[in-house]
Design a protein around this ligand. Structure first.
Ligand code: EPZ
Length: 419
């Protein structure tokens, strides 16, 4: 079993370069299935979710060549099956994008119910509603989703809930549909804009991504033969910004889009740390104990749920009592039990948690319950006095490229150990 061993406290200092966005890349790869030809995707994060995504595509007939560790060329001229491997698709969440892409390209797909981080109920009713409005027949039996359509037809689709996954999935399915699709109450996250930009580069006609109304005029085919570079990861950038604050460090975070980081920047300034926007990099430093602050997670441009645990580490060390209200997921406070093992004083009740700030955290053995919880524990271990051992690394490896390397380069004493 692997674990990360972190010895603290260390104020993180120096420069860190952000990778491509996981949640954009895991949608762009399946979206390439719409292209009857070749395309190259660059700035792909080298993480386990991407490796599984590539394996699924290969089993559908994609030819994938790794140009280097962050660039692949995909050729999808000869798809050989409409049955996606059930064991792989149920391993991660974004496998649901195979449905939208294969319905668009082949009119048929059989796929396992998506897996992913256990954050409470994760229904996909809005995805299914969207596909059905486009004319598909969708059934779910014994953990397998069967979706079929003769030819998808554009339609107005009102999302009952603001959903990142459903917005992207329906957008992907609509690209080759006959006529116009209008997605109302769409999610606005940067990765939605990035998937739309990718598809438009390949010949799609999508307008309004990044607003709550997205209009997709169906096109006959996508031409491929282009190269696309994935947007920098907003959540990885936010993770390092919060790591700088929690460890009272001084970091320059390079290759990020600072516009995507406004809600995080506002909270970092509220807790009394400093942020300087340098265009394509952001400088964050903190030389005193953070102030308390209250947070409510919201869809973009609100404070992202995917940075809630990392912010929780900052607030567990703040001067005073802070409140976090998690409005997206039912069960995203599992990490608070682990922080309490390290000396934090957090009480979580349902979707609300109260953080009575402590002056110091202390190293302890802790378990990562999901991806962002894992990142929060790495930050906590770096800020804490003594040795922290972090287990369940498979969660962290799903979404952070070489996390220990990046932390080590900015001063953390961190090792991956195979027990
Ligand atoms: C995406 O999940 C991200 N995953 C999550 O990131 C992120 O936490 C989440 O968006 C919110 O920003 C990927 O992009 C692969 P949703 P997704 O559909 O698409 C409810 C991480 O750590 N809902 O926006 O699954 C749902 O239960 C991960 O990187 C329905 O009710 O999230 C939730 O309460 C974790 N019916 C809310 O909507 C549906 O059909 C938002 O979910 C779909 C969603």
């Amino acid at each position: 079993m692997e674990k990360l061993v972190v010895t603290g406290p260390t104020p993180l200092k120096g420069e860190v370069t952000i990778s491509g966005a996981k949640n954009a890349a895991v949608a762009i790869l399946p979206a390439t299935l719409l292209i009857d030809g070749v395309c190259t995707i660059e700035n792909i994060p080298n993480i386990s979710d991407i490796k599984i995504s590539c394996e699924i595509l290969e089993q559908l007939g994609s030819k994938i060549t790794w140009n280097n560790k962050n660039s692949i060329t995909i050729e999808n001229s000869n798809l050989t099956t409409t049955k996606a491997p059930l064991d792989l698709t149920s391993k991660f969440r974004a496998s649901y994008y195979i449905i939208g892409a294969m319905l668009g390209r082949m009119g048929e797909i059989e796929v396992g119910m998506p897996g992913g981080c256990k954050l409470g109920a994760r229904p996909i009713d809005q995805h299914i509603k969207g596909f059905e409005l486009l004319g598909a027949n969708v059934t779910v039996e014994k953990g397998t989703i069967y979706a079929k359509a003769k030819k998808l037809k554009g339609s107005p689709i009102y999302m009952d809930i603001v959903s990142v996954g459903a917005t992207i999935n329906v957008m992907i399915a609509s690209v080759l549909a006959k006529g116009t699709t209008i997605i109302d109450n769409a999610a606005k996250e940067p990765h939605i804009v990035d998937v739309a930009n990718f598809l438009n580069t390949m010949g799609a006609d999508i307008r309004g991504a990044g607003t709550d109304v997205i209009k997709i005029n169906g096109v006959e085919k996508l031409h491929g033969n282009s190269t696309y570079s994935v947007v920098p990861d907003q959540i990885e950038a936010g993770t390092f910004m919060l790591a700088a604050v929690a460890t009272r460090g001084d970091l320059i975070i390079k290759n990020c889009i600072t516009k995507h980081l406004e809600s995080i920047t506002a909270k970092i300034i509220e807790v009394g740390a400093n942020v300087e926007d340098n265009g394509d990099s952001i400088h964050v430093w903190c030389n005193k104990r953070p102030n308390k602050a209250n947070i409510k997670t919201l869809p973009y441009p609100g404070f992202p749920t995917d940075l809630q645990p990392q912010m929780g580490v900052v607030l567990s060390l703040a001067n005073g009592t802070s409140i976090i209200n998690e409005s997206i997921w039912e069960s995203r406070f599992q990490y608070t039990d682990e922080l309490n093992k390290m000396g934090a004083k957090i009480t979580a009740q349902g979707k609300t948690a109260f953080f009575e700030g402590v002056k110091k955290l202390y190293g302890a053995p802790v378990y990562s319950s999901d991806l962002r919880a894992g990142a929060a524990l790495v930050i906590a271990g770096t800020a804490a006095n003594g040795v922290t051992e972090i287990y369940n690394l498979e969660h962290i490896d799903r979404g952070y490229e070489n996390i220990e390397d990046k932390f080590r380069k900015i001063g953390a004493k961190i090792e991956r150990v195979n027990e």
